[in-house]
Ligand binder design. Structure first.
Ligand code: TEU
Length: 541
C-alpha cells in the first residue's frame, strides 16, 4: 500500500486575492481558470481553494451562508464546473475548503434556529440557558470577546468559538450530521477531489467541560464522517487541526485507516510567540527550536502516519519574513526554506505568492486592514493597556492581511491583479516582486520551487524515502531521505551567518549558491540537496 499523493504538491489559492477578471477589485473563479497554465508550469498537482460558497464575508468566506451555492462575488456554479473541468484536463485536482465546525449567522439553519426554542433547527446549534444571569462559562472566542452571545429572542446564549457571526454547529444532533454528509457527498458527486477541513479537531468538543480541541467525541465523529463520505474514494482529505499532537496525527493518518490523509499541526507556527500569551506576544524565532519541532514530526509520523508540510497559508505570515530574512537574503532564505520543507517526508503545500519569495505586506495604517481578527485584537489590546507602537508592531508581524494582499502578477497598476483598486491594498513591493519578474529570471525563487516540485516526482527517495536526522551544527538543519540504494541529503543553514557544513559525496541536485558540495562552511541561508547512489555518502567505512 502506498499513498497516491506521495509525489504531489498542493498549491493554496485565496480566491479573493488571486486574479480579478470582472473589474470589481475582488478575485474570481474565471481568474483562477485564466491562471491554470501558470499553475501547470509551476508543476503543482492539487489546488486547494479557500471558501467559494455564498457568505456575508465577515471572515472572508469562512462564514458560510449556503454550502451548496457559489458566492456571486466569485462567479457561478457553471464557472466552478468549468474550473473543475479545465483543471482536470490539465491533470490538476481541486480540493474545496469545508467549514463544518460553524456556519455564518446568515445560514438559513441559524436564522431558523434563533426564531424559537422549539424550532426544528434550534438544535442544529449549541444553546445554553443563562446561568446566574450570565453566560454558562467564561470561554473566550478566538476573535476576541466571549464565546457565548446572548440572543434576545430565545433568551439563550449560543456558542461561537470564532466571531459572533460564526455560530458553532451542534454535532450531537443526528439530523444536522445527516444534512452535512448529504451536502458533502453532493460536492463529491460533482467530481471534486477532496477537502481541506477547517478546524476539524473541534467537532468532538464538550463545551460545558471546556474541552474543545481533541474533545471526547472526536474519534467517533471523524470515524462516522469518514465512513459516510470519504472512505475508499481515492480522495485527498487534509484536516486543519491546531490542537493535534503527534499521537492524534498518527491515530488519524495511519495508512491502514486514513480517516484523514494528513493534518496541519501548528507547532512550528507557534514558535515566535511567548508561550501562553497568544499570537500577538512576539518572540524572536529560535532556529534550533524550529529544527527540533520539524524533526519531532518527521520522526514521529515516520512509521505509520503522513505529514503535511507547510510554512504559511492565508492565516499565517509569509515564510520568508518569519523564518528567513526578508531584507538582505530574501531570495537565498526563501529558497533555503523551500528546500528544507520540500525535502521532508509528507505533502508540501505552497501558499500563493510563496513561490515568489513574497514578504509580509506590513501595512502601517490600521485603516488599511480588513481582517476582523486584526481589527478586533487592536481594540482588545488597546483596552488591555498595550501602547500603540507595540500593537502595530505585532499586527505588522502577525496580521492575516500580511498574506492576503492581491497576488502580484506584474509591475502594472494594482500589480496586474485587477484594473481597479482592489479590496485590500496591493503589496508594497509588487514592482520588484511579481510573477512576470520571477519568470524572466531563471535564478529566481520561482524556478527553485518549480525544480523542487519536479524533483519530488523524479526522485523516489524524496517522495517516500525514510527520514533520518543527520548530526550538524545547532543552527544547521540536516537530514537524509533514503529509498533502496539512493540517499538524498538536505543541508540548510537557518541563519544569516556562516555555519559549519557537512561533507557529502554525490551529485548536487539543487542549491541556492554556486555549487560546492564539499565546502567546509555554509554561506548565509545556503541549502544543498545532494543525491548519493549505492555508496556511503559520508565517507564512512
Ligand atoms: O482557522 C482556524 C484557526 O484556529 C486559526 O488558524 C486561526 O484562525 C488563526 O490562527 C487566528 O489567528 C480557520 C481558518 O483557516 C481561518 O481563516 C478562519 O478564520 C477560522 O478557521 C474560522 O473559520
Amino acid at each position: 500500500m502506498s499513498r497516491w499523493y506521495e509525489s504531489s504538491t498542493v498549491y493554496q489559492i485565496y480566491p479573493m486575492s488571486f486574479k480579478d477578471t470582472t473589474g470589481n477589485g475582488i478575485g474570481d473563479i474565471k481568474g483562477i481558470i485564466e491562471k491554470l497554465p501558470y499553475l501547470e508550469s509551476l508543476g503543482v498537482d492539487i489546488l486547494w481553494l479557500s471558501p467559494l460558497y455564498v457568505s456575508p464575508m465577515d471572515d472572508n468566506g469562512y462564514d458560510i451562508e449556503d454550502y451548496e451555492a457559489i458566492n456571486p462575488l466569485f462567479g457561478t456554479m457553471d464557472d466552478f464546473k468549468m474550473l473543475l473541468h479545465q483543471a482536470h484536463a490539465r491533470k490538476m485536482k481541486i480540493i474545496m475548503d469545508l467549514v463544518i465546525n460553524h456556519t455564518s449567522d446568515e445560514h438559513v439553519y441559524f436564522k431558523q434556529a434563533r426564531l424559537a426554542k422549539n424550532n426544528p433547527y434550534h438544535d442544529y446549534y449549541i444553546w445554553r440557558d443563562p446561568v446566574n444571569g450570565g453566560p454558562p462559562n467564561d470561554q473566550q472566542s478566538v476573535f476576541s470577546g466571549p464565546a457565548w452571545t446572548f440572543d434576545e429572542r430565545t433568551q439563550q446564549y449560543y456558542f461561537h468559538l470564532f466571531s459572533t457571526r460564526q455560530p458553532d454547529l451542534n454535532w450531537d444532533n443526528p439530523k444536522l450530521k445527516a444534512a452535512l454528509y448529504a451536502m458533502i457527498n453532493r460536492w463529491l458527486d460533482l467530481g471534486i477531489d477532496g477537502f481541506r477541513l477547517d478546524v476539524i479537531d473541534l467537532i468532538g468538543k464538550d463545551v460545558d467541560a471546556k474541552r474543545l480541541g481533541c474533545g471526547p467525541y472526536l474519534d467517533e465523529r471523524l470515524n462516522e464522517l469518514y465512513e459516510r463520505c470519504f472512505k475508499d474514494k481515492g480522495l485527498f482529505i487534509v484536516g486543519e487541526t491546531p490542537t493535534f499532537g503527534i499521537e492524534e496525527a498518527n491515530r488519524f493518518t495511519a495508512l491502514k485507516r486514513p480517516i484523514l490523509d494528513m493534518v496541519f499541526h501548528f507547532q512550528h507556527v507557534g514558535l515566535d510567540e511567548r508561550p501562553g500569551e497568544g499570537k500577538w506576544a512576539l518572540k524572536p524565532l529560535d532556529p534550533e527550536a524550529l529544527k527540533t519541532v520539524l524533526f519531532k514530526w518527521q520522526l514521529g509520523l515516520q512509521e505509520d502516519g503522513w505529514n503535511s508540510l507547510y510554512w504559511s497559508n492565508h492565516d499565517q505570515p509569509r515564510a520568508v519574513s518569519r523564518f528567513g530574512c526578508e531584507s538582505t537574503y530574501r531570495e537565498q532564505s526563501a529558497k533555503m526554506l523551500a528546500g528544507v520543507l520540500h525535502g521532508m517526508r509528507g505533502t508540501p503545500f505552497i501558499y500563493q505568492g510563496e513561490e515568489l519569495g513574497l514578504t509580509n505586506s506590513k501595512m502601517t495604517n490600521l485603516e488599511d486592514y480588513r481582517d476582523l481578527e486584526t481589527l478586533n485584537v487592536y481594540k482588545e489590546l488597546k483596552s488591555k493597556g498595550w501602547d500603540e507602537a507595540t500593537i502595530m508592531e505585532a499586527i505588522k508581524a502577525k496580521s492575516r492581511d500580511n498574506v492576503r494582499t492581491p497576488m502580484p502578477w506584474s509591475s502594472q497598476p494594482y500589480s496586474g491583479f485587477s484594473t481597479v483598486k482592489p479590496w485590500l491594498k496591493t503589496h508594497p513591493k509588487y514592482q520588484e516582486i511579481n510573477v512576470e519578474e520571477a519568470l524572466s529570471d531563471t535564478q529566481s525563487v520561482w524556478y527553485f520551487y518549480r525544480d523542487l516540485i519536479a524533483l519530488r516526482k523524479k526522485e523516489a527517495a524524496l517522495a517516500r524515502g525514510r527520514f533520518e536526522v543527520l548530526s550538524s551544527a545547532p543552527q544547521v538543519i540536516a537530514y537524509t531521505r533514503t529509498e533502496g540504494l539512493e540517499t538524498i541529503t538536505v543541508i540548510g543553514n537557518l541563519t544569516h551567518q556562516a555555519q559549519p557544513s557537512i561533507s557529502v559525496k554525490g551529485t548536487m541536485l539543487l542549491t541556492n549558491y554556486k555549487p560546492n558540495a564539499r565546502a567546509k562552511m555554509l554561506r548565509p541561508y545556503e541549502i544543498k540537496i545532494i543525491k548519493t547512489t549505492g555508496e556511503d555518502a559520508y565517507g564512512n567505512h
